[in-house]
Design a protein around this ligand. Structure first.
Ligand code: FES
Length: 325
């Protein structure tokens, strides 16, 4: 080896040592791991609406829940008896439920929310009953007080907290004569009556609504008969008499004046026998026991002691009257 070769090898070794020294990287130590902070969880009842629980009505629980997935809501009464239990998503922030209809007397109850090991309780919530509105129907009056066939009957009634009512008319036997479903607000209803009533019939009115029933019974009924004196020559003359045989029995008509007609029951007031008019004596006579009545129906001879019953006979126009019987 020449001196030149020796020097070359010597310097190249030094250079390679320097290069390798420049390439060396310092060792990086890993930083210690920070401990993980768990997310904060909160659960809190903020309010209930209304403050006092009303049986059968809604109650809303407003609450705050953070980082809790599910919240269990429980209603518990004073005796620690669960009234309602439910699992709800906490993100809603409120829970609305309907309270049981019946609370025990002086009962208190609690609302408990729980979730992820947290609890929030609101205790001693007062309970109360809501008194349902009073529902009433009252018949004030009927006009006229005696029902006249083919006429109108004004029924005055009042209701409270009942929207519609059903009105039924029935006769004495209970047959349905008319039925109407009406709004109760005005409390007045005009009823058109059926054209004819049976002898001694009575009308009953029944009003029902929302489970309330009121009735008015034993309303006397009357029929109407048009009398045209053209059909009864006797009645064309003042003081003339005419017997009519009708469903309610015999009726005697007496023409009193141009615009006045009297109508007498054909039944004796002693024991109910039929009477006759004796034109020659100008009086009514009962052949059963001899009672006599004047041409105006007053007692002349007993045993009858009461005058003859009379019916209303209205003047309509010349020669025309309406007998209400
Ligand atoms: S029933 Fe007429 S008098 Fe006796």
């Amino acid at each position: 080896m020449t001196r030149r070769d020796y020097l070359y090898l010597h310097f190249s070794g030094i250079i390679s040592l320097l290069v390798s020294a420049c390439k060396h990287e310092p060792e990086i130590k890993p930083e210690p791991e920070k401990p993980k902070v768990p997310p904060l969880k909160t659960l809190e009842i903020s309010s209930i609406i209304p403050d006092e629980a009303i049986a059968g009505e809604n109650l809303t629980v407003n609450f705050k829940a953070e980082n809790i997935k599910n919240v269990k809501v429980e209603l518990i009464n004073k005796k620690i008896y669960a009234l309602e239990t439910n699992i709800i998503e906490s993100t809603i922030g409120f829970y609305k439920f309907q309270l049981p209809m019946v609370f025990e007397k002086d009962s208190l109850f609690s609302i408990k929310l729980s979730g992820d090991g947290l609890e929030s309780i609101k205790e001693n919530i007062k309970t109360q009953y809501k008194i349902p509105p009073l529902k009433t129907i009252e018949i004030l009056k009927i006009e006229p007080q005696e029902a006249i066939a083919e006429d109108m009957l004004g029924l005055f009634f009042k209701t409270e907290n009942i929207k519609t009512v059903l009105i039924e008319l029935r006769n004495k036997k209970g047959d349905l004569l008319e039925i109407r479903n009406v709004e109760s607000e005005d409390g007045f209803y005009l009823l058109s009556l059926p054209g004819k009533f049976e002898p001694d019939d009575l009308l009953s009115i029944k009003i029902t609504g929302d489970g309330v029933i009121v009735t008015k019974e034993n309303i006397p009924t009357f029929n109407v008969l048009k009398i045209n004196t053209e059909d009864y020559p006797e009645l064309k003359m003042l003081g003339g008499f005419q017997k009519l045989s009708l469903t309610k029995g015999d009726i005697w008509l007496k023409r009193v004046a141009t615009n006045e007609m009297k109508a007498f029951s054909g039944q004796c007031t002693h024991a109910g026998c039929g009477i006759d008019f004796l034109k020659s004596d100008n009086l009514f006579y009962c052949s059963c026991h001899g009672s006599k009545f004047s041409s105006d129906g007053l007692v002349l001879n007993g045993p009858a002691s009461s005058p003859l019953n009379q019916y209303n006979c209205k003047f309509v126009k010349d020669g025309v009257f309406e007998l209400i019987y």
